[in-house]
Ligand binder design. Structure first.
Ligand SMILES: Nc1ncnc2c1ncn2[C@@H]1O[C@H](COP(=O)(O)OP(=O)(O)OP(=O)(O)O)[C@@H](O)[C@H]1O
Ligand SMILES: [Mg+2]
Length: 821
């Protein structure tokens, strides 16, 4: 028998955001923004669960709560529209069509007329069609109901876990361009904007267009788990020492990897009536108990139920939960059934595949038609228990912020945009942008920082990197930044005397040169006196005047030295400056090695890479000089001055200094104060300081680092700590991580997808928002970031052969892909 959907559709009309059914039910509907999966603690789950209980308690009698969670297989769509750089393009390609489960959560609150016929499989409006409502809700009860809906929304939102948006008429009704809620459900429409003509077949199996549906229900007491709660262990991420929680019903939500709708119904009828009914049932069973053991059990169950209702003041409700799956391929049906069965088994429930009653149950799932649910398919329970079966989470959400990095969802790797600088400050969870990165050797610190720094660079940030492991050469070459390093053939060269574009000889510049000159002249424990300081100030002043008059003299240490030796000496003589005030002979003697033909004559006389203030990407690679008693301290001063100059002069531009293991040497060389100053001050200049380290011991042993770095880094990033599993308590205490954060950190890399190459990373923002993400990148990005010697050699080989690092990587990547087939 064929019918037109619009003739039998149980929904009569939509008014003021309410669905009105042909049976006289009024329904208000909401779109929910749930918390992200894997981010809630045990306590959060409990609190969220309680919020649901509280919110549902305000609903009036004879109302129905219907929550509908849609999970639809979707492919991530790469964005090829704009014209991004070569790496961003490769990333878009890499993630294009990456499958993930797109999730939407809707809640329908329905009020039915008091004497509405109870829904049942026999009397579904699907079968009886157009019944004219006997009793239409009067205006007062409708208003009361709407007020309750408002309260429901407020209670949930006040919990801080969820946001609700009431659907308006245009969301519910279809328009020319978009299908409304009702149409979407009736056609199991997977994606926005997709419109097609379809048939619904309810004969034998449920079919909608080409989609073959299967319905699995939890509608009978004996299918239910013995115990339920707000959370459940997620074994894949648990360790010997930590329990990892997910919501009790998550296995039927985000963790069930097929197209499905998880329908959750709670029927709030008259509790007094329910108890009365059960009471009489109990008496009946009591009298029959002698004849059958089953009756005895049923009587005990009814007894327990009544005791709990009365003793613990629980609200008796009826409930039903079902999973509706669909696929267009018949062969998949078996696999889907297995998936659902194992999902239910994880919560200790049994899957029942519904066949005969499926059409009515499907029909009741139509938005606004929950009151038509066949009550013979529900079971008696209490509100507390029923709400345990609600799906509480969704997948990771992308930030809309213009800054940030591309990381991945833990389950699928779907790219998400994450802002770990500005947004946390705006949201009040962080007060600075500094970051502290910890992970043992090989855990992926440099790989992650390469990825982060590249994103920031592409978004306009000035980046200064201090490294001791050549981890940023590839990226630096690619973006054409400055790379300062030392080797015998080409030693490290700077020129602090050069005044670049946008810079000028102001007090700060002079101070910075003076600091350097004094450091070159005096040892750490030697002091300088006032007259020496004044003399150097004057010397600099006159030197720059001298340069102005002689434009052919190039500013550098050599010409400064010559100016002192040939010109300034005479000035001092004419002013009768005594040696004890400023011993220029001693000064020239001590600084002689930095002058022409001296041992370090290269250091301060650079003629290229001079525009440090304007250059947006600068790497200082200090591996070869980190133990050098002369070069290292001078170079650190220069680096710090470069960054501080950027801090002061580049107004409104983001800047970042990232110091890899070098901080250890820097702190040792009496430069600890610089680091302290940096971490405390950089915040005020739209900047961020980042320290990367391997060993916890290093942090603990240095009080400066502990105080200045850890306390002033609101963002803590940890890589795989499984090596330190047994002594993690120390790290936890040092970084002030919560138990939940500990469980998160120790879950890193525990259950990675073996088919993909990536690592996970834990990020805590002010201890308030903590998540684990994938750091998954395209092959091209990988080749830029890798620190494996053999891969790096190959990349430079190809770069040389094909003329540029980009070209080289493009060729290498395509060869590698071909080799893989
Ligand atoms: N997210 C990732 N995806 C794929 N490969 C990765 C990832 N992270 C790291 N690797 C691989 O692991 C190697 C080591 O990573 P990385 O150099 O970042 O370690 P590290 O923590 O900086 O070690 P060290 O402290 O010794 O410098 C990389 O060269 C790369 O091959
Ligand atoms: Mg490294």
């Amino acid at each position: 028998m064929e019918k037109w959907l619009k003739e039998i559709l149980p929904i009569m009309t939509v008014e003021n955001g309410c669905l009105l059914s042909k049976q006289g039910d009024v329904t208000r509907s909401f779109d929910l923004e749930l918390p992200e999966l894997f981010t809630l603690s045990d306590r959060d789950y409990e609190a969220f669960h309680q919020a649901w209980v509280k919110a549902l308690k305000v609903m009036p009698r004879h109302s129905v709560f219907h929550k509908q969670d849609w999970f639809v297989n979707t492919g991530h769509q790469g964005d090829f529209g704009k014209n991004p750089g070569f790496l961003s393009r490769s990333s878009e390609r890499h993630f294009h069509e990456r499958p993930y489960l797109d999730h939407h959560c809707h809640v329908f609150l329905t009020k039915k007329p008091a004497d509405r016929k109870v829904g049942s499989s026999m009397f579904s409006s699907l079968i009886r069609g157009n019944l004219i409502p006997v009793d239409v809700l009067d205006a007062v009860s409708v208003q009361e109901f709407l007020d309750s809906c408002g309260q429901f929304q407020r209670i949930l939102e006040d919990s801080g876990f969820v946001k609700l948006k009431a659907f308006g008429d245009s969301d519910i009704l279809s328009s020319k361009e978009n299908a409304g809620l009702v149409e979407k459900y009736c056609s199991l429409q997977e994606h926005e904007k997709e419109r097609f003509v379809y048939d619904i077949s309810l004969k034998d199996t449920l079919r909608i267009g080409n989609k073959i549906c299967r319905l699995f229900t939890l509608g009978e007491a004996d299918e239910l788990p013995l115990l339920c709660g707000s959370r459940i262990d997620y074994d894949r991420y648990c360790t010997d020492r930590t329990r990892f929680s997910v919501g009790f019903a998550s296995t039927l939500g985000q963790l069930l990897p097929c197209n499905h709708i998880y329908n959750q119904y709670i029927f709030l009828d008259d509790p007094a009536q329910t108890i009365k009914k059960l009471e009489s049932k109990r008496l009946r069973l009591q009298s029959l108990a002698a004849y059958s053991r089953e009756n005895l059990i049923a009587r005990d169950a009814a007894n327990d139920f009544l005791n709990e209702a009365i003793g613990e003041q629980r609200l008796p409700v009826k409930a039903h939960f079902n999973v509706l799956t669909w696929t267009e391929e018949k062969e998949q049906l078996k696999e889907i059934k297995n998936m659902v069965s194992s999902a239910l088994a994880q919560m200790d429930a049994v899957a029942k595949e519904e066949t005969i009653g499926a059409p009515q149950i499907f029909w009741a799932g139509i938005p606004g038609n929950a009151a038509d649910f066949p009550m013979n398919d529900t079971f008696d329970t209490f509100l507390e228990q029923a709400t345990c079966f609600l799906n509480l989470e969704t997948s990771y959400r992308s930030s809309l912020s213009p800054v940030g990095i591309r990381l991945g969802d833990r389950l699928t790797g779907r790219p998400v945009h994450v802002d770990i600088s500005d947004e946390p400050i705006k949201r009040g969870v962080c007060t600075n942008r500094n970051k502290f990165i910890l992970g043992p050797s090989g855990s992926g610190k440099s790989f992650f920082t390469n990825h982060m720094v590249r994103s920031y660079y592409e978004q306009g940030t000035h980046v200064v990197l201090v490294d001791v492991g050549h981890s940023y050469k590839g990226l630096c070459d690619l973006v054409g930044g400055y790379y300062f390093t030392y080797n015998e053939k080409s030693p490290i060269r700077f020129n602090p005397f050069y005044i670049g574009k946008g810079d000028n000889l102001d007090t700060e510049k002079k101070e910075s040169i003076k600091t350097l000159l004094l450091a070159l002249w005096k040892k750490d424990d030697e002091t300088f006196n006032r007259s020496e300081y004044v003399a150097l100030s004057n010397a600099l002043q006159l030197y720059y005047e001298h340069l102005r008059k002689n434009p052919n003299i190039f500013p550098c240490f050599n010409t400064f030295y010559e100016f002192l030796r040939d010109v300034y000496v005479k000035v001092l003589e004419s002013e009768k400056v005594k040696d004890r005030d400023f011993d220029i002979g001693n000064f020239l003697y001590v600084l002689r090695p930095y002058y022409r033909d001296g041992e370090f004559d290269y250091l301060l006389n650079a003629t290229e890479n001079l525009e440090l203030l304007q250059e947006r990407f600068i790497v200082f690679e200090l591996d070869n000089i980190k133990d050098h008693p002369i070069l290292f301290p001078v170079v650190t001063i220069i680096i710090m001055e470069v960054f501080i100059n950027k801090m002061r002069k580049l107004k409104g531009i983001r800047k970042m200094i990232l110091i890899e293991e070098a901080w250890k040497a820097i702190a040792k060389e009496g430069m600890a104060e610089y680091i302290k100053y940096l971490f405390k001050t950089v915040r005020k200049f739209f900047g961020e300081a980042i320290v990367v380290t391997q060993e916890v011991e290093d942090i603990i042993s240095s009080p400066v680092v502990k105080q200045a770095i850890i306390n002033n880094s609101d963002c803590k990033i940890l890589l795989d700590q499984s090596k330190y599993q047994n002594k993690f308590d120390g790290i936890q205490e040092l970084l002030g991580l919560t138990e939940k954060e500990k469980a998160l950190v120790l879950s890193v890399n525990r259950a990675n997808d073996p088919a993909r190459k990536y690592k996970e990373v834990f990020i805590s923002l002010g201890g308030m928002i903590s998540k684990v993400y994938r750091t998954e990148v395209s092959l091209e990005e990988y080749l830029v970031y890798t620190t494996e010697e053999s891969e790096k050699v190959k990349v430079s080989e190809y770069a040389e052969r094909f003329g540029s690092i980009q070209k080289g990587i493009e060729v290498l990547a395509s060869e590698l892909r071909q080799a893989k087939g």
